[in-house]
Write a protein that binds this ligand. Structure first.
Ligand SMILES: *Cc1c(COP(=O)(O)O)cnc(C)c1O
Length: 370
């Protein structure tokens, strides 16, 4: 007899790391490989943040504050909410799995767009709930009307990823607000705002108002994409105290480690630097998208820190070859096939130099295979 794991494990999708096979994150960091596959910040953490981590490290023999009191207070102040409306997690992915555990079971339904974030399919798979994937519109943005049509008495969660990963598309706040108005109160609306700071249409604080008006709305945000802390794992959720209590109930008490709490608190002190980094990435977006257009390729209108590039008519056939040429040039990107979009590429913005290398290598790849 061997150990028999739960049957539903076989339906949980695995995660394909952005680091190429045979490499560790450490050897990639010390090589000149351009890591443009995971939408991380290309900027090293600030020296003050590293200093805060070192200081916290001296007290590592103690458990962290299970309530992350200081971090939650700072986030509450920043977003003009009560600390009870702020939950923190070991990366915002942690909330998605916790929300699944707290809200889904066989017979329940979850609605989300597709292609969208790769972790959403885990939520139904791990709980036995039914998932309804609503195809994106022609322009690769969410079809909110079609999503509303899929909501039933059994729906427990609807997720809107805005801007959407992997397509970069953004729905204006006004559309999100009217969607939220029309979703029945029994449905938890998760608005995944991992990239909200990179869009240029709305003030990112507008959606906080939805949390104040609708107890069934939760915003997910993260320190992974704008605060250079992807490796430490810190995310936060803004929502009702009931949501916080539910996700706290299904997780271990120490979800955010002491170093991560200290780093996030310090990072929040440097909003001006973060803002300059975000503006840099937005400038790189304009530059990369126009260079890609010069190669004769189309992109969506990205409002994130990555581009979603169509490889054209025979894109699905050349996708692997193009990714291969880029890899030989030391540039790691994501093949769309792995993200639900065959024939597309997702490339994160790196440093100016990395982006130049990417565009040049993409040009080579297209001239060979396009
Ligand atoms: C990166 C990302 C996250 C969160 O990542 P964490 O590192 O777990 O905070 C959440 N949602 C989307 C859509 C993302 O792309």
């Amino acid at each position: 007899m061997t150990v028999r794991f739960n049957d539903h494990l076989s339906s949980i999708p695995g995660y394909t790391p952005g680091v190429p096979k045979g490499h560790t994150a450490e050897d990639v960091a010390s090589s000149d490989l351009a890591q443009l596959a995971s939408n991380e910040s290309p900027f090293a953490p600030l020296p003050e943040v590293v200093e805060a981590i070192s200081k916290a490290a001296g007290a590592m023999n103690r458990y962290p504050d299970p309530s992350a009191t200081l971090l939650r207070q700072r986030l509450a102040d920043r977003h003009e909410l009560e600390p009870g409306q702020v939950a923190v997690a070991n990366g915002s992915c942690d909330f998605l799995l916790a929300a699944a555990e707290a809200l889904l079971e066989p017979g329940a339904e979850i609605v989300y767009a597709w292609p969208s974030f790769s972790i959403y399919p885990n939520m139904a798979a791990m709980t036995g709930a039914r998932e309804i994937r609503v195809p994106l519109k022609e322009d690769q943005s969410h079809d909110l009307e079609a999503m509303l049509d899929e909501i039933t008495a059994a729906t427990q969660i609807v997720i809107v990823c805005n801007p959407n990963n992997p397509t970069g598309t953004y729905l204006p706040f006004s559309e999100i607000a009217s969607f939220v108005e029309r979703v029945p109160d029994h449905v938890l609306v998760i608005i995944d705002e991992a990239y909200i700071e990179f869009q240029v249409h709305d003030d990112p604080s507008l959606s906080i108002g939805l949390v104040k008006e609708h107890p069934n709305v939760v915003l997910l945000r993260t320190f992974s994409k704008t605060h250079s802390l992807a490796g430490l794992r810190v995310g936060y959720a803004l929502g009702s105290p009931a949501f916080k209590a539910a996700v706290d109930a299904v997780r271990q008490p120490f979800s955010v480690n002491a170093l991560a709490q200290a780093a996030a608190v310090e990072a929040l002190e440097h909003g001006d630097v973060m803002q300059r980094q975000i503006e840099n990435q937005i400038r790189e977006r304009v530059r990369v998208e126009s260079a890609v257009a010069d190669l004769g390729l189309n992109t969506t209108d990205s409002q994130a820190n990555f581009s979603w590039i169509s490889l054209g008519e025979n894109g699905a056939e050349i996708e692997d070859a193009v990714v291969g040429v880029l890899a030989e040039a030391g540039i790691v990107v994501r093949a769309g096939r792995l993200l639900g979009g065959p024939g597309w590429l997702r490339v994160s913005y790196g440093t100016v130099d990395e982006n130049d290398r990417f565009v040049a290598a993409l040009g080579d790849a297209i001239s060979i295979h396009g």
